[in-house]
Design a protein around this ligand. Structure first.
Ligand SMILES: Nc1ncnc2c1ncn2[C@@H]1O[C@H](COP(=O)(O)OP(=O)(O)O)[C@@H](O)[C@H]1O
Ligand SMILES: [Mg+2]
Length: 221
């Protein structure tokens, strides 16, 4: 099992109210599987992904990624684990604006001290069809191109787990469909493990399994 989540809890204080966003949530995910998490806007999908990636801390519960209990790791160990094991694709790309497309992909490989980071980054840009945009900066790329760079960056490290947060959400429908086809194609080729969060039922059908985030819990559909 690559991911095991037990009784996860996360709430936010809003004035005098406490909003329970994630409430006793459990999840088990096998290596190489693909899971879609469907949920309305505001249901806590992004909150869940930031907990799973260790970017945010739960109030209670456990997240065990590849045998490691995230709650027992310090800040620098978490950063290290995220860099090595998790590929995140965000709705708004999160590219570094002062780096070229090639440098954006190569950076995480350099951080991991991987062999020939620029060669590997070039290969990945070619796999997402962007060889001719290596030296473009993010503001010189279209939305779909930016997302393809982000996909290349996320997958280039061969992560144990790919987390995708509405990756086509800020793209027009046709571009979004192409980006999703690319993600699913690469995930299949690499036999990666994917969690896709989305409010789009059609997109969810591309995953082996779909669950709903409802009332802070995952409910089978
Ligand atoms: N830092 C925060 N402080 C207070 N409330 C938050 C914070 N982040 C998210 N929320 C609230 O938590 C709920 C879930 O947010 P989010 O996880 O972004 O939902 P989704 O991604 O499903 O649209 C929303 O109601 C949002 O307003
Ligand atoms: Mg969200």
């Amino acid at each position: 099992m690559i991911l095991n989540v037990q009784k996860l809890k996360k709430s936010y204080s809003q004035g005098l109210n406490k909003l329970e966003i994630i409430n006793d949530l459990n999840l088990e995910l096998e290596k190489g599987s693909t899971l879609a998490i469907l949920g309305q806007s505001g249901s806590g999908k992004s909150t869940l992904l930031s907990l799973l990636s260790g970017l945010d801390q739960p109030d209670d519960g456990k997240i065990i990624l590849d045998g490691m209990d995230l709650g027992r790791l310090g800040e620098s160990e978490l950063t290290d684990l995220r860099a090595k094991k998790i590929g995140i694709i965000f709705q708004n790309f999160h590219l570094l604006p002062h780096l070229s497309a090639l440098e954006n992909v190569a950076l995480s490989l350099e951080i991991l001290k991987m062999d020939k980071p620029f060669e590997v980054a070039k290969k990945w840009l070619s796999r997402v069809g962007l060889s001719s945009r290596e030296d473009h900066f993010p503001d010189q790329l279209s939305g779909g191109e930016k997302q393809r760079v982000a996909i290349a960056r996320a997958l280039s490290i061969s992560p144990d787990l790919i987390l995708a947060d509405e990756p086509s959400g800020s793209l027009d429908e046709e571009t979004g469909d192409k980006v999703m086809d690319l993600i699913f194609g690469l995930v299949r080729e690499e036999n990666s493990t994917l969690i896709l969060v989305t409010h789009n039922k059609e997109l969810a059908k591309n995953c082996e399994k779909t669950v709903h985030l409802n009332g802070g819990k995952l409910v089978e559909s």
